[in-house]
Design a binder for this molecule. Structure first.
Ligand SMILES: CCCCCCCC(=O)CC(=O)SCCNC(=O)CCNC(=O)[C@H](O)C(C)(C)COP(=O)(O)OP(=O)(O)OC[C@H]1O[C@@H](n2cnc3c(N)ncnc32)[C@H](O)[C@@H]1OP(=O)(O)O
Ligand SMILES: NC(=O)C1=CN([C@@H]2O[C@H](COP(=O)(O)OP(=O)(O)OC[C@H]3O[C@@H](n4cnc5c(N)ncnc54)[C@H](O)[C@@H]3O)[C@@H](O)[C@H]2O)C=CC1
Length: 310
């Protein structure tokens, strides 16, 4: 097939490329991240199918997504309430919900997985999706800490597999890390970068290494903050104040841990410790383990390092 076709705002020669335009996106997992990714993808003109385990979860997620969209609309259409309402309506109209993940990918150009941070569960899902999705469909994981290769090998489309790592809250955070594994084709990689840009984000590239760029720095920083508290050197409140006022961070490490979820923090550190037991930066913390065992996961459960009960 010769000629030139348009992919987003750039042209690629079709003789050298099999890149296709990404219009239909399936997002699997409608939690904190999946709902945000669905919101951003739909806000930037993509048709989205949002998937979760049951309709109750999806209904709750769509409620949160609507609230988040209304916050965006309030800013974007500050002097135009009707325009804001139309914007919310239009974006919601681009999102369908689905509980059958195999069915959800039948028309997908791109599948973004944002389910629980557990390798076996992610592999099981992708193996099933690989059989259901069309040949051209690109698969991506939003994992925070798992090797993309370990997830991708559950499929037979290693050349059409990569990492797309968004940040929380997705509508506000401007970065997407794009990760390629050795088998990721150039076309797949370019499509993922272009999709990130089409979402209005800045993209950075990183190899498939633990935590990619941001989490490789953020997680050890978080764990060192906990160790300061465990040694009795400073309180969470003072550490948060110090990092906000002394280092210019928008949130301190304990506020941020409560924001992303202590279960996610624990999943990451336990996984890295198992894989790299000799790295002192990757050691678990008794304090985090205790909070998680008590169900104190941060903002999503109303309590973590801080109480968030209203
Ligand atoms: C612990 C390490 C372990 C890592 C674990 C792995 C996690 C990962 O894999 C990768 C990650 O995501 S790491 C987390 C990255 N995120 C951050 O660092 C967030 C830091 N916080 C911020 O940037 C701002 O506080 C933030 C933008 C959140 C809020 O801004 P402000 O501080 O100015 O506070 P607000 O006054 O509440 O918000 C201002 C306006 O922002 C808009 N907004 C906020 N949240 C929104 C949301 N969810 N949806 C839509 N709009 C939103 C909104 O316009 C708001 O204004 P109002 O609506 O008037 O309140
Ligand atoms: N929380 C954060 O700040 C960030 C998390 N991530 C990563 O994104 C992924 C999702 O994290 P969160 O959104 O925080 O988790 P979450 O716990 O808020 O949401 C996960 C959702 O996936 C659903 N789910 C689980 N198994 C499923 C399956 N087999 N099929 C369909 N849905 C399923 C759950 O019901 C839940 O609604 C994880 O890999 C996490 O490491 C990445 C960036 C930031």
């Amino acid at each position: 097939m010769a000629g030139v076709f348009k992919v987003f705002n750039r042209s690629f020669s079709s003789s050298a490329s099999t890149m296709a335009q990404i219009k239909q996106v399936t997002v699997i997992g409608s939690g904190l991240m999946g709902a945000g990714i669905a919101q951003v993808a739909a806000s930037t003109g993509h048709n989205v199918v949002l998937v979760d385990q049951n309709q109750d979860i999806l209904d709750k997620s769509m409620g949160n997504l609507r609230k988040s969209l209304q916050r965006v609309a309030k800013k974007k259409y500050a002097d135009d309430a009707a325009g804001g309402e139309n914007f919310v309506k239009d974006v919601l109209g681009k999102i369908q919900t689905e509980t059958d993940s195999a069915k959800s990918v039948l028309k997908a150009d791109l599948v973004i997985e944002a389910i629980v941070e557990n390798l076996d569960v992610k592999r099981k899902l992708f193996k099933q999706l690989d059989q259901a999705a069309p040949q051209h469909t690109i698969f991506a994981s939003n994992t925070s800490s798992l090797p993309i290769s370990d997830i991708a090998t559950s499929t037979k489309r290693l050349d059409r597999f990569g990492g797309l790592h968004y940040f929380n809250p997705v509508p506000m955070m401007k970065l997407v890390e794009v990760i390629r594994i050795p088998d990721t084709s150039d076309d797949t990689f370019k499509s993922l970068v272009e999709f990130g840009k089409a979402n209005g984000k800045v993209t950075v590239e990183c190899k498939d290494t633990p935590g990619f760029i941001v989490n490789r720095l953020l997680v050890p920083y978080m764990m060192e903050s906990v160790r300061l508290v465990e040694r009795g050197d400073a309180s969470p409140r003072d550490i948060d104040t110090a990092m906000k006022l002394g280092a210019g961070y928008p949130m301190g490490p304990f506020e941020l841990a409560d924001y992303v979820g202590l279960d996610t923090v624990k999943f990451i550190i336990d996984g890295w410790c198992e894989k790299y037991p000799d790295n002192p930066l990757f050691q678990p913390s008794a304090m985090v383990n205790k909070l998680v065992s008590e169900g104190k996961l941060g903002m999503k459960t109303g309590e973590g390092f801080y109480s968030h009960k209203k």
